[in-house]
Design a protein around this ligand. Structure first.
Ligand SMILES: [Zn+2]
Ligand SMILES: [Zn+2]
Length: 527
């Protein structure tokens, strides 16, 4: 687009960078103060069809379904790193990348709610809406919400038709599961189909590894010493590689002790009691905008890890909600966590990797044939692996709804729903904290800055929740879309908080984490 024909809004967009540099103003704030009213006026006048199109179709790389989930530990993704989403030439966002703004900033840059007057809902004729440049949908009947928008997602298989199909399947499954679960009480099923499938698969796989090991031993001992010893050793090595893994404590997390963080430990105990979950053996912090629980080792020691940037900015009720959800994972019957189900999720994938042909020059017919057989076998195993992962993730999403319900018994329904809205804004939190840390500002300033940045998005919350259903559904997703989680909470009987955090408790916990906060601030400031 030639500069002279550049509409004002476009020049304003460019002007943002200089303006931000001078004032240190947050992009969202700038949008709200300057661009928001102007855009609203233009859209309402209906005189700029081209402009409308740009807003609706200005696609942004945003919220990957395979990103590390907001409050989950397990995120599966396909093997190869995804190519970056393609953008059409001349779209404003590519320019921002060239200017070096963080992807986070890109994701939030078109924070504009608009009504598409030209195309009302095809089903109920209500006015359609959009936010963040997504294709419009109907806020009433949610027509068009399930649209596949490749530019807003990380490709899962890298083939457009396949990605579109898996998105459709995931969208339908998520909605059906929501409709099904919202009608009945969420409880921990004794034996779900998913559990039956994964336990059976795990047992078969374990038996195969044991047989392989036994066969190795037999080959080694057979008519010792003979050439068969070589095959025996190979079989044993293979069995060793395929052995079930029990998980280890992440060496990068910062493990806390009851002596140095007594208040935090006491609060976790209180939340555990309220949710009926056992307390974790290990409480740790890391530097991610998330939180997770897991069990490690043969003794299945329970670990709770809190992402400090997220924990730092959560209001007290939402801290309880976060603890409630995470501890809920210890009792929600999550199929991914059992000792007996774990082999199903890892062993086939490992085997597929092992037998995949390596890219060396093959010359003879025999070598080419062998590579072909290896490639086919690896694909078949990989497909089986995917099927098991998808089965597990489906059940895991049920378990996530239950964890939210357990969180509500401790923190109350309102706090958990508020936490969901916070989780929809983790990219904003990440951006704001980094900016504050780089400017040498600490914890107290983070609170203020994040609260300020978030006030502008409050009005958009209903749309962001709806859009999360389109953006977050994936066969690989460990959690249901955040918008559906909020909806599930409001569909259930309202719960009052059982555990509350007093101001002095909050301050004591933050004081206990002073060293960790300072380290985080230093690390972020150095980036
Ligand atoms: Zn979870
Ligand atoms: Zn409609």
């Amino acid at each position: 687009m030639p500069e002279s024909k550049c509409p004002r809004w476009f020049r304003d967009e460019i002007g943002w960078l200089g303006h931000a540099r001078h004032t240190g103003m947050d992009r969202k704030q700038w949008m709200a103060d300057y661009v928001g009213p102007y855009v609203k006026h233009v859209v309402e006048s209906g005189k700029y069809p081209m402009f409308n199109r740009t807003i609706h179709e200005g696609r942004l790389s945003h919220m990957s379904p395979t990103r590390v989930s907001s409050t989950g530990s397990t995120t599966y993704s396909t093997a190869s790193p995804p190519p970056s989403p393609t953008r059409r030439r001349g779209e404003p966002h590519s320019r921002r990348t060239a200017n070096g703004l963080a992807p986070v900033d890109q994701a939030r840059s078109a924070t504009v709610i608009t009504t598409d007057s030209s195309a009302p809902c095809a089903r109920c004729a209500a006015a359609t809406v959009t936010v963040h440049g997504a294709l419009p949908w109907c806020p009433q009947c949610e027509w068009n919400l399930g649209r596949f928008e490749p530019a807003r997602r990380v490709p899962e298989f890298g083939v457009r038709v396949v990605d579109r199909w898996t998105h459709q399947v995931a969208y339908r499954l998520a909605r059906r599961q929501f409709a099904d679960l919202s009608q009945r009480t969420l409880d921990r099923p004794m034996l779900s189909a998913a559990r039956l499938v994964t336990v059976t698969a795990s047992l078969l796989l374990l038996a195969a590894v044991v047989l392989l090991a036994a066969f190795g031993v037999w080959l080694v001992l057979y008519d010792f010493p003979r050439v068969t010893i070589l095959f025996g050793i190979i079989a044993l090595a293979l069995a060793f590689t395929l052995r079930p893994r029990l998980g280890r404590l992440d060496p990068t997390i910062d493990v806390l002790s009851r002596q140095t963080a007594p208040t935090l430990f006491a609060v976790v105990d209180q939340v555990a009691a309220a949710t009926g979950a056992p307390a974790p053996h290990i409480i740790a912090v890391d530097q991610s905008v998330s939180a997770y629980t897991t069990s490690v080792g043969i003794r299945r020691r329970r670990v709770l890890c809190l992402g400090l940037p997220l924990w730092a900015v959560l209001p007290p009720p939402q801290r309880i909600a976060l603890l409630g959800h995470e501890l809920g994972h210890f009792v929600n019957g999550d199929v991914r966590r059992g000792l007996l189900t774990q082999p199903a999720f890892t062993m086939l994938g490992t085997t597929a990797d092992l037998i995949r042909p390596v890219n060396t020059a093959t010359t003879g017919v025999g070598e080419i044939l062998a590579a072909l057989v290896q490639a086919i076998a690896a694909r078949v195993l990989y497909l089986l692996h995917l099927l098991l992962v998808w089965t597990g993730q489906r059940d895991a999403q049920r378990a996530e709804y239950l964890a939210d319900e357990l969180a509500a018994t401790a923190a109350g329904s309102t706090a958990v729903a508020d936490l969901m809205d916070t989780l929809l804004a983790t990219d904003v939190i990440d951006m704001v904290i980094r900016r504050e840390a780089r400017a040498g500002r600490g914890l107290n300033d983070w609170h203020t800055a994040v609260a300020q940045a978030r006030t502008t998005s409050t009005a958009q919350a209903p749309l962001l929740r709806q859009l999360s259903i389109r953006d977050e559904v994936s066969l690989f997703a460990s959690h249901p879309p955040t918008g559906l989680r909020t909806r599930m909470l409001t569909a259930r009987p309202h719960r009052e908080p059982a555990v509350t955090l007093t101001t002095s408790q909050t301050e004591r916990i933050d004081a206990e984490l002073t060293n960790q906060y300072q380290r985080l601030q230093r690390n972020l400031g150095l980036e």
